[in-house]
Design a binder for this molecule. Sequence first.
Ligand SMILES: Cc1ncc(COP(=O)(O)O)c(C=O)c1O
Length: 399
Amino acid sequence: MAKAVGKSNKKNGLREQTRLVRGGLRRSSFAETSEAIFMNSGYVYASAEEASGAFAGKNDHFIYSRFSNPTVSMFEDRLAQLEGAEACRATATGMAAVFASLACQLRAGDRVVASRALFGSCLYVVQDQLPRWGIETVLVDGRDLKQWKAALSKKTKVVFFESPSNPTLEIVDIAAVSKLAHKAGARVVVDNVFSSPVLQKPLQLGADIVVYSATKHIDGQGRAMGGAILGSRDYIDTDLTPFLRHTGPALSPFNAWVLVKSLETLELRMARHCDSAEQVAEFLATHPKIASVAYPTRKDHPQRALAKKQMSGGGNVVTFAIKGGQKAAFKFLNKLALVDISNNLGDSKSLITHPATTTHQRLPAETRKLYGIGDDMLRLSVGLEDVADLIDDLAQALA
Ligand SMILES: Cc1ncc(COP(=O)(O)O)c(C=O)c1O
């Protein structure tokens, strides 16, 4: 990895919010206050010897922005400090992060055990793509430790899951599954998108690798795509970095700049997201036209105790079922005046989607049924608007 530009301000012992504002900051010789955008693809060398030394890894020098870039490095270092990870690498999207985190360490003959409650594209990677390369994949109900235990009674290379899951908000016991996985010789990869790095720290619970779609809460304002992979120095340097360097899912420096600045407000935004989501969940749970509501830390969530043990807040997504099935769900969506119909989430703008016909449309109807993704289900990403306006909008659309 290439050297810092200017002086690094990495200070140990600072509290989380301070690290979110200052972690990884590297000022250039212009002494700018705010992080700079190094919008360049290449770097120059003072001599042929310096160039040759850089490629041989003998001197610290940025080489090419497909490999690393100063603005991208600031984002990676800030996120690593927040997560408490030894190292981080950023990618162009969340799916690039999911795919690279797995592909860089798997080979034909390996075995992967994953929770079946996954985002549609994650399911595609695990269920459709990996088996084409001779990798055996086994899906379990991630809530059921007995199923994990049975599946992990054989030697396994990687365990992969989301918690909470998209869109059903199922919780996986990260500490217990990590123990079982380690006994089977597996590394545990957690897609921590729904929690964000503020609300849940899988590495502290025993997981080995964490992946993010930074497109969601980390940007949090619907502007930039991005992803990140965090883990041990050994995994990042030995498995991941050569894979990224030669396959090229690099994050744009401009997007990295958007994301590093967004980290400064992530904790503040997540606190407000959680507070508003709790109020929206409470409103929906008491409405006569709503059949059921899922929110991880609510008293009626079947895995509430586990959610509270491993998360410091329930997140901003509320999933609910409306009486009257898909017809009623579509009618309700079309009546909303403030909340936008969109498949994205984690935005300052409240967004709602009908998973069965959007994010999980690809799955056969019987699989959706098995996974609990009903035609009456809606996934609401509660934004940062005044929560009273959101509840007014939901109420008028239900009426
Ligand atoms: C849980 C989860 N993982 C990964 C992704 C993929 O992220 P991106 O859209 O940035 O590729 C998403 C996107 O919705 C997601 O919800």
